[in-house]
Design a protein around this ligand. Structure first.
Ligand code: THU
Length: 134
């Protein structure tokens, strides 16, 4: 398990910037890319509710904008009773840029924590290999 302290700290810091007037549920996510750079994102809601974006999606967008494409590690934090669980869409978004054994650390502001992996979160992910005949 690589060090997670700086990643959790980056997620904790960006969480404070979440734009969540509808849910009031602040989430932060931070990615360490294969290059070692750290990218963070928070959830950004919208008055048209389905147009909101999750913290994980924001961190992935920052990573791509920064010129990286491989997630080496990811951490997510929220003020949830249990370690925050990424939605189904974000599990697929993370799987696009990570290997199955990539570590995922799910945390709460109170310090609860679940260390898991991308494939544990999304077994049988639809992946690029399934597109090889097109
Ligand atoms: N949310 C995230 O940003 N990430 C998660 O892992 C779980 C849920 C956001 C979406 C929405 O802005 C709010 O939390 C409530 O669903």
């Amino acid at each position: 398990m690589p060090d997670t302290d700086d990643l959790i700290e980056a997620a904790r810091a960006v969480r404070l910037r979440a734009y969540v007037p509808y849910s009031r549920f602040h989430v932060g996510a931070a990615i360490r890319s294969a290059s070692g750079a750290v990218y963070a994102g928070c959830n950004v809601e919208n008055v048209a509710y389905p147009e909101g974006t999750c913290a994980e999606a924001g961190a992935i967008a920052a990573m791509i904008a920064g010129g990286d494409t491989q997630i080496a590690q990811i951490a997510v934090i929220a003020d949830s009773p249990d370690p925050v669980s990424p939605c189904g869409g974000c599990r697929q978004k993370i799987a696009e840029f990570a290997k199955g054994d990539t570590p995922v650390t799910l945390t709460t502001t109170d310090g609860a924590r679940l260390d898991t992996t991308v494939s544990a979160l999304l077994p049988g992910a639809f992946d690029q290999d399934q597109m090889s005949r097109v």
